[in-house]
Design a binder for this molecule. Sequence first.
Ligand SMILES: *Cc1c(COP(=O)(O)O)cnc(C)c1O
Length: 381
Amino acid sequence: MDYKIETRCIHGANDNRERHPYGSVSVPIYQTATFSHPGIGQSTGFDYSRESNPTRQELEETMSSLEGAVDTVACSSGMAAIALCLELLETGSHILCSEDLYGGSVRIFQMIGANRGLTFSFVDTSQPELVEQSITDQTKALYIETPSNPTMRITDLAKMKDLAEKHELLLIVDNTFLTPYFQNPIALGADLVIHSGTKFLGGHNDTLAGFLCSGREDLAEKIRFLYKTTGSCLSPFDSFLLIRGMKTLPVRLERQQENAMRIAQWLQKNEKVREVYYVGLPEHPGYEINRSQSRGFGSMISFQTDTPQTARKVLEKIHLISYAESLGGVESLLTYPMLQTHGDVPEPLREKLGITDCFLRLSVGIENADDLIEDLRQALE
Ligand SMILES: *Cc1c(COP(=O)(O)O)cnc(C)c1O
């Protein structure tokens, strides 16, 4: 039976209940480091939890089902998944990246990837011509975020797939912002999909997790080897929290998106707000492309205030919304990217992207939208 995504979020790829003892409806937390063997040369299918664990396996299979992946590894954080992904690339490889990536990705690329002999270029991947012009003989991968972080640029994934095919590049997409509920990059031609499970998938701002989903068997096999070797695994308890969080992914995202649309429209009318970046607004430059390749807009909004003083005042005066890093959870959070998530992005690039001292990023939760608007209103006053 081909279940729809809402059902698969709750029951996984199949109904796996018979796998677990006593008819437990909720997946048990197999809090064990190791598994005893029935006999010499025999295995229950599980040997040691760094390699695999039944709770984590259930989560990974659900994630593969949601992303249309052949395999998924669940990692201890989004950065652990990205670090694992870098291990696939040989010394000397050049990677072409979206210009405004998550700041932690820029940091690992420039500080750690570079030491390993990898080179990176950051281009505006919403302009496919610029991407093609930047491909060299050494280029081995395209690394895309769409919508990007924090300026919400949209990259045409079909065009990236054409370029990747033509130049034999890996197409890697960080799908954290839209999640498999709204966007499936593998179906659009991506080889690998990355997630920070900390964000919408976990959804409750209470745990860290990451995923690396493979669209190809050969990559999946290499990743499984790297995964058990480097030990980037997610714990059984955190795997349980992710399984639990993902059950409500569709209802949370629908509500978050509804709230985000109302707030974006309200911000557009506020006199202290200069510019609003929300993919759901028809005037957003990537609106049509995003609509053609996804099923939604998500709930991330960035905006520019009139002055740096206004931005600082908003951060100090909000009280329902928290001034905190991270995104995607049921609680609304406001971030100052210049000082927080993008503090390590080189200043010239930050300036070019418009990540100034007037730039704020809002992750809209599932509180009552009127309450959220009232909090922003009093803070902007
Ligand atoms: C948060 C985030 C990451 C890093 O994930 P962690 O779980 O914090 O390690 C990577 N990419 C994007 C787009 C993110 O928002």
